[in-house]
Every structure is written in C-alpha cells, then in structure tokens.
Design a protein around this ligand. Structure first.
Ligand code: CP3
Length: 344
C-alpha cells in the first residue's frame, strides 16, 4: 500500500516495521500552546465550539511532533448538550450536567434528529482540518459510547464507580434503555456527519466499559458499539472504526469480531504479550503505554515503549497511550516516546 497513510494501512490489517503513532488527549493542557489558545477562547466549551480555534489546537501537536493522526478537538459530552442537557465545566473538578433520573427528566431531551444545530461548529472544525492537515496525517473523528455518555447524564458528573448509572439500570431498566437508545441514535448521526465533513476514521470511547460485568457488558457496551459500527458501515463503507472498551480485561477477546470494529484500543492494565496473543489475532490493536510515563520519563519510558512495540510487531498495531495524557506531563517525554518508537 505504497503512498497510503500509515494509520489507514494499519487499520486495513497491514503489519509495519514502525507502527503509526498518535496519543489520546494529544491536544491538551500539557502543551503551553494549547493553554494559550484555550485562554484566547475563554473556556473549554467555547474552545470546542469555535471551529477555527478548535482546528488550531488539533493541529498544534501535529506541528510539534508530526503524529500520524490528528483527533478532532471536541468532547464526548457535547452530545448530551445537543440533546438538551445543561453542561458546564468546573475548573479543577470536571464536567457538570443536569441529571436524568426520571421519565420527566428524559422527556425534556430533544430528538436525536435535532442535535446538528448545536453540533454544526464541530463539523466545520472537521472541514477545516481536512483541508489543513498534512497529506500523510489521518483525521480521526470520535464520540463517546452510549454507556459512558449515559453515566455522566445520569449522575450529572464523573463518578468513581458509575454508581448512579448502575442504580438506574437496575431500578428503572426501561428508562435506562430508552436513554441509551437515544444516545445511540444521536451518536450514529453525529459520527456520520463527521465522516461526511472529512473524518477518515472514527473512534468510540467507552471509558467506563470496565464497570459493566457479565451480561450487562454484552447488552450495554458491546451491543451499542455493534449497532453504531453496523449503521456507519452501511452508510459509509470503507470508513474504519476503532472501539475502546476501556478496562474490559478478558472481554477485549473477541470484541472486534462481535462488534465489527476494525481495531480495538487497549488500556494499559492489559499485558501487551497477552493482548498480542489473544486480541491482535483478530486484527489491528491500538495502545497501550501507561500515561504516567509522560510525567516520569527516563529509561522506564524507553523500556516500556520498546516492550510494547516488540510485543505487537507481528501484526497490525497503532502505538498510543493506554489512556489520555495528563496535564502534568512533560512535552519532552512525548518526544522521547516518539523517538523510541520511530528510532528503535
Ligand atoms: O483526545 C483528544 O485530544 C481529543 C479531544 C478529547 C477531549 N475529550 C478533550 C478534552 C476527547 C477524545 C475527549 C474524550 C472524553 N471526554 C472522554 C473519553 C476519554 C477519557 O478520557 O476517558 C471523557 C470521559 C470526556 C469527558 C471529560 N472531558 C472529562 C471527564 C473532562 C474533565 C477531566 C479533565 O481532564 O479535565 C473533560 C475535559 C476535557 N476534554 C479536556 C480536554 C482537552 C480538558 C479541558 C480543559 O482544557 O480544561
């Protein structure tokens, strides 16, 4: 596949001597240029909805490091907002939303078909990026998985154990499932519009998939991901999908086959050698360096990076972190990781 983008080759199943590389949250607070643009925008949400500035922060890590992929700058919580939930961010604490715990709360949400008026600036960001990115860089669009998005909509904030969402799932299954169905429908339309605007790959972030056990994982993590992937493949054949059922553990095995995703992103709680033998056998995998190395650096970073490259080198692999880079990371450690992947 000479002349093709490295990331798309990996997603098509090609094994490469040097894997393509990008990083979750690569546009973020560890970069001084991100902090400056965010200050110019005023706050995080204003940055998400300002197409020119959102495109600018997406491009910053590409200019600085030459990653093989750029991920659209936005947030998984824009869908709840587009459905009519209130959303704001408390500095130093994280997101806050109006809560959905009763039928009356749910009835206040709009239909999935109404989300685009709010989300049009995001599609415009994608259009700008597809014009401005270097020709070798792949543009990734994304959305949150229905379960993860629902955990925030139900609790109104991030929670350590997703307790309120599990409680609603058990106490009012019909309402919980209606909420998941609404988010699923909105997500399919949202990702379709990103693809129409120029996204070449989409990624589904299920950050809290690991808290769903047994049959609940099948019903509320695997099944919505399968539905979204099937609908996208029907509307946009040939657009690869990356699934990220974070902390799925043993349930990473067979996830790609069961959902139809082209690649499974792995968090760093799984052993790379185990994942090569049990998950990569079904196709491309992405991951999975611990993000703490971006804070601590040194020989440990180099050793773990080499171990991951080595473990996955017999099949298609996209190098990435196991979760997002944190604000206290040192930009020089990112360069060290890239040099290690590309230079051995
Ligand atoms: O990866 C990227 O660079 C693309 C942009 C992106 C952001 N959030 C920007 C962001 C993506 C893909 C996300 C996904 C996201 N958002 C997830 C799933 C992945 C994960 O991290 O588990 C979740 C759960 C969210 C919800 C969210 N957004 C939280 C809980 C927070 C607050 C926590 C924090 O890090 O402050 C955010 C804010 C957020 N989203 C920031 C960024 C760069 C930091 C905001 C800032 O600049 O102050």
């Amino acid at each position: 596949m000479a002349g093709q983008k490295k990331l798309l080759c990996a997603l098509a199943g090609e094994k490469q001597d040097v894997p393509p590389i990008w990083m979750m949250r690569q546009a973020g607070r560890y970069l001084p240029e991100y902090r400056a643009t965010r200050a110019e925008a005023g706050d995080f949400l204003s940055l998400c909805y300002n197409s020119d500035l959102a495109a600018e922060v997406t491009l910053q890590p590409i200019r600085r490091y030459g990653f093989d992929a750029a991920i659209l700058f936005a947030d998984i919580l824009l869908i709840p907002q587009a459905l009519g939930a209130d959303l704001w961010f408390v500095t130093g604490e994280g997101p806050r939303l109006s809560t959905i715990t009763t039928e009356a709360d749910f009835a206040k949400l709009g239909p999935a078909s109404d989300i685009h008026e709010t989300l049009n600036p995001i599609y415009e960001t994608v259009r700008i990026l597809s014009r401005e990115l270097p020709s070798e860089t792949t543009l990734i669009g994304f959305a949150g998985a229905p379960w993860t998005v629902a955990t925030y909509m139900i609790a109104g904030r991030g929670t350590p154990d997703q307790g309120p969402a599990h409680a609603l799932r058990e106490e009012n299954t019909a309402l919980f499932e209606a909420l998941l169905a609404r988010i699923t429908e909105a997500t399919i339309d949202y990702l379709s519009k990103q693809i129409e605007a120029g996204a070449e790959v989409v990624k589904i972030f299920d950050s809290w998939a690991g808290s769903l056990k047994g049959e609940a994982f099948q019903k509320y993590a695997l099944e919505p991901c399968r539905q979204i992937t099937a609908a996208l493949k029907e509307r946009h054949p040939g657009i690869p999908v990356i699934g990220f059922p974070r902390e799925a553990g043993e349930k990473y095995v067979g996830f790609a086959k069961a959902t139809g995703v082209d690649c499974v992103a792995l968090d760093n709680s799984v052993d790379p050698e185990w994942a090569a033998a049990n998950v990569q056998v079904d196709g491309c995998v992405q991951g999975n360096l611990a993000s703490r190395h971006m804070v601590t650096g040194g020989q440990d970073l180099v050793d773990d990076t080499r171990r991951i490259v080595e473990a996955f080198k017999k099949g298609p692999h996209i190098f990435n972190l196991g979760h997002g880079i944190t604000p206290d990371a040192d930009p020089d450690n990112v360069q060290l990781m890239i040099d290690t992947v590309r230079g051995g």
